[in-house]
Design a protein around this ligand. Structure first.
Ligand SMILES: Cc1cc2nc3c(=O)[nH]c(=O)nc-3n(C[C@H](O)[C@H](O)[C@H](O)COP(=O)(O)O)c2cc1C
Length: 375
């Protein structure tokens, strides 16, 4: 029997477990239609909000590249350079809710069997802002969105009561998730920021609020590099820069570390992995740690804006890998390596007897190697 790529995640049936994450590839109806035609199992819309959105002057995203034969890294285009990361300071969708609603309906009519997730964001500073979450949630679900993703993770909002500023406050995470759950008839996924000391704490807050899944990671807070010739940041407006988000290959190991913490702390919960995925070998890491779906942004941006080749390769890679290992469904390998991540002290030392977890040997217990004179 051929391997089965379809899977169920938070009660929704996906043709395959690969989604385009909330970002430029999902910012328009035509992009999302093309993405479904190309084979993506799901799409998360670019985040939709109710407040006015004005982006910075000039480019909002650039790509940092390194050279195979030198340590030099730059956003300047150079032949032979290879991708290190994406860097962006783009805000959420600058299109209003009314622009999105008929489009959500049309996309679902055209692709009833694909999963369309509406990413939403509002503030948290007042009851009115909390009601905005409910307005966004009900409006999107009434047009046929299959799930909601709460953006508590954007690292560079211009407003203090939004994005990762909510995602750093466990109570606000609970409150916002709960407020949305009060009106949601569809699954609610909470997208957390990776820039806290212990993401397990924030995830617990989301689950307490009723989240059906956790999504991680959004981009990591970071700066563009300074050009050594001009002494200017490689991305700036009038010479000024502010913290933005790093994505792409550089964050794959960072995001995996966050995911391992999450899936170990909540082995029975649902997780969607994001960060640095460009091919199935990358996605496999997230599945082996326990994720039920995987999302992609940077690799798709660089492949005809919506990643037609990326999804083709993800599907081919998954089929081939499952065939090779004799796996029939994703459940045959989901979480297989989750318990291999342990604390440092549990890693074997060459001489196990003389190792006491980094501490001196406990007094009063003579080891077998202790000499008579020491006694
Ligand atoms: C230009 C750009 C815009 C993004 N906009 C959003 C957004 O509106 N909402 C959101 O939740 N994440 C947004 N993201 C984050 C991505 O969805 C994703 O979490 C992140 O890029 C990591 O995935 P990657 O390594 O595949 O790029 C954006 C990322 C980029 C590069």
């Amino acid at each position: 029997m051929a391997p089965q790529l379809s899977t169920t995640f938070t009660g929704l049936r996906f043709e395959n477990p690969f989604l385009l994450s909330s970002a430029p590839p999902t910012e328009s109806e035509s992009n999302i239609m093309r993405a479904f035609d190309a084979g993506w199992g799901g799409v998360v819309t670019k985040t939709i909000g109710l407040h006015p959105v004005v982006n910075v002057d000039g480019p909002k995203t650039k790509f940092l590249r390194s050279m195979p034969d030198s340590p030099q890294m730059s956003m300047r285009k150079r032949p032979g350079a290879v991708l290190h990361s994406s860097w962006n300071w783009e805000l959420i969708s600058d299109k209003p809710l009314d622009w999105w609603l008929p489009r959500i309906a049309r996309i679902k009519q055209a692709h009833p069997n694909r999963i369309l997730v509406a990413s939403i964001m509002a503030g948290s500073g007042s009851d009115e802002e909390l009601r905005h979450w409910q307005t966004l949630a009900t409006a999107c679900q009434d047009q046929g969105a299959d799930a909601l993703e709460l953006n508590l993770s954007c690292p560079h909002m211009d407003r203090k009561d939004m994005g990762s500023n909510i995602g750093k406050d466990t109570e606000l995470i609970s409150v916002v998730t709960e407020v949305v759950k009060q009106v949601a008839r569809i699954p609610v996924w909470t997208k957390l920021t990776p820039s806290t000391t212990d993401i397990v704490v924030e995830a617990r807050g989301a689950f307490l609020g009723g989240a059906d899944a956790i999504v991680s990671s959004n981009t990591f807070p970071s700066l563009p590099l300074i050009d050594p010739e001009t002494l200017e940041f490689e991305m700036n407006v009038d010479g000024l820069v502010s913290s933005g988000g790093l994505g792409g290959p550089a964050i794959l190991p960072l995001s995996l570390a966050k995911m391992a913490q999450l899936t170990q702390a909540f082995p029975d919960r649902s997780f969607s992995g994001i960060g640095g995925v460009a091919e199935f070998a990358h996605a496999l890491n997230y599945f082996l740690l326990g994720c039920g779906t995987v999302q992609v942004c940077t690799a798709a941006m660089l492949d005809h804006a919506i990643g037609p080749n990326v999804i083709k390769n993800l599907i081919a890679g998954m089929t081939e890998t499952m065939d090779k290992h004799g796996w029939k469904t994703l459940e045959d390998f989901r979480g297989l390596r989750r318990d291999r991540v342990v604390t440092h002290s549990k890693i074997r030392r060459p001489d196990a007897k003389s190792y006491h977890g980094g501490y001196d040997e406990a007094e009063g217990y003579a080891s077998e190697t202790t000499t008579t004179s020491e006694r």
